[in-house]
Write a protein that binds this ligand. Sequence first.
Ligand code: LLP
Length: 456
Amino acid sequence: MSLRRLSLALLLLAPGLLAQTPKQPTLQEALLAARADRVGTPGAEAAFRRLADAHGTPLYIYDQAHIQGQAAALKAAFGPRFPKLRILYALKANTNPAVIGLLRAEGLGAEVVSVGEIETALQVGYKGPEIMFTSSSKGPAELRRAIALGTVLNVDSMDELSQIQVEARRQKKQARISFRINPGVDPHTIHQINTGIAESKFGLHLQGGLAFKAYETAKGMPEVLIEGAHCHIGSQITETEGYLLTARKMLAFVKELKDKLDIRLGFLDLGGGLGIPYRDGQVVMSPEELAQALAPVWKEGVAAAGYEPTLWLEPGRFFVGGAGYLLVRVNTVKTTPLKTFVNVDAGFNTLMRPAMYQAYHRVRLIGRTADPLTVDIAGDVCETGDILAEGRLLPKAKAGDLVVILDAGAYGFSMSSEYNARPLAAEVLVSGNTAKVVRRRGQFKDLFRSAATAPK
Ligand code: LLP
């Protein structure tokens, strides 16, 4: 058969092929459609079904382009205004090695809070000296490992300082340190994540000269090398004010250290905490606004101090929060005399934020647009407080439907647990039209790990 005849035959067999088929969105476009509340369309629905069919639910989905875009935005805002700048990624927000790897490729350092996070950072390719270790309660094994690796220890108490001194002496090494300073600033965020206020457990207070005393003591210790000062005033901060106040206080402290103790710091770390919008239409401080507001405060402070330490920042949520989507499936729908519950196959074991902080996450019902009613999206954990989203107006849901929960990339999987003997969710990283499994779904055998070591 000639080529012409063959194509004619094909046309007769499949006239639909010639018709203008609507372009199917890529997986990444479907994620963006969810963000824009357009998941009622068949194309977006098909993309989410594809993900659920291939990987199951509950499923954490991360948008690679979003993570890279956030890193680029922060660098673009701060880079030109702060020539001496180092940005670290706070691993605790999302500890998936693939996610960390993306941020490492963007040139970011690693800020960690446990030896487990140190090991994770090493596994991704970080070297010990590129890591900053912050924790208010470091154990002996953690100190040992961090000192051996040449990691910067962000010291939180005088007790810790003397333990570091002993361990460094034992290892015949000089431990690299900074102190975490409690500046006594309220950034007006959720109480549980308000870390820089005077009553929080973190850091050495400027108040009462405790921070000053710490530097004075460390200066007399040949076993430690003072590299910087650190503070972190809280998380999900949406206004610039708290940062500006903190920067002023910390830069005045930098000057005091130089004037009174002749200590010059290599860096001043102003922490993380940059908030992201969790609600439709919510406007939060942009990196550009923060950088712009901070620049004159910084300039003035370093001029007064007489030298310029490198500005360090260490956000977590900002990079990964908006990149994450938690895809869940409806098990049942139930109407009680008071409410309608849409019961899904994930609970606070999978996403703890709503139960723990009354945090708001947008939810979208995939593929439906009709008969909206107000519902609670309820989790599958056996506790009354296990509500993922309360009082939401959504199209009418049916068993088997898919629901996507937005902005779940930060403190989502990293805070999840196997409570109620539910194995951990899977994680995929979406780039264009491909989804790569970056953590396999937990298995029942994971629940029985202890059985191997249980005493007979
Ligand atoms: N640096 C230090 C010392 C921190 O304690 C934290 C977060 C960060 C950096 C990163 O903060 P971010 O940029 O992500 O706001 N689980 C809570 C958030 C807890 C934050 C704890 N510290 C949540 O789900 O909202």
